[in-house]
Design a protein around this ligand. Sequence first.
Ligand SMILES: Cc1cc2nc3c(=O)[nH]c(=O)nc-3n(C[C@H](O)[C@H](O)[C@H](O)COP(=O)(O)O)c2cc1C
Length: 223
Amino acid sequence: MKAALRQQILNAFNFRHACKSFNLEKKISDEEFSFIMEAARLSPSSFGFEPWKFLVIQNSETREELHPLCWGAQGQLPTASHFVVILARRESSMHHASDYILDHMKNISQLPNEVIEMKSGFYKQFQEEHFSLTESPRAMFDWSCKQTYIALGNMMSVAAQIGIDSCPIEGFDREPLEEKMTELNLLKRGEFGVSCMVAFGYRENEPFPKTRHQETDVIEWIE
Ligand SMILES: Cc1cc2nc3c(=O)[nH]c(=O)nc-3n(C[C@H](O)[C@H](O)[C@H](O)COP(=O)(O)O)c2cc1C
C-alpha cells in the first residue's frame, strides 16, 4: 500500500476520539451519513447472519425520553447530528432452527437447498457444542452483541476518514432502557435487545491527547 494512503488512514485513526459533545450548528449530510451506514451494512457477521438492526434516532422528543437512561450519552444525545442505537438479535431469531435463520439462508443468501442443509448442520454444531450458545438466552444475545461491535468499529472508522466525529456508547441501563424503547414502539423485546449506541457529528472541543499502551505491551510475536 502506498505510504501516503497508509498515513491518511492512520491520521483518521488518530483523529477519531470519543467525542463528548457535538457542534449543534453542523449537521452530517445525507450522502455522508449513508456512507457510514453502508459500512455498517457491509460489515461481516458470524455465518453471515447479520444479527443486528440500526435505529437512527433523529426525533428530539425520542432522544429526550432516552436521555435519563443513558448516563454515558449525556452530552452526545442532545447534540449529535445523528444518533444510532444498535440492536442485536436475541435467541428467538438467532437459534439454528429459527425462522429468521432459515429465511436468511433461503431469501437473503439465496442458497440452494442442499447447501442450506449442510450450513444448518454446521451452525447447529457451532451453537450447541463449540460455543455453547444454546446454554442460555443471555449467551446467544451476548454473541449477537459481539458482532454488532464490528459494525460499530467500521462505522466510526469510515466516519473518521471523512472527518466526522463519533462516540461509542455503552453507558446505559439496559433493562429500563429496553422497557422505555418498547413503550415507545422502538423495540420488539422478544426479537431484539439493545447492544450499544453510537453518536456522530462534528466536535465542539478539541480532545485530550491520545494515550495507549506501547506496541510491545500489546503485540506479541510468536515466531
Ligand atoms: C464499547 C465502548 C463503550 C463506550 N461507552 C462510552 C460511553 O458510554 N460514553 C462515553 O462518553 N464514552 C464511551 N466510550 C469511549 C471510551 O471511553 C474511549 O473510547 C476510550 O476512553 C479511549 O479514548 P478515545 O476513543 O478517545 O481514543 C466507549 C467505548 C467503547 C469502545
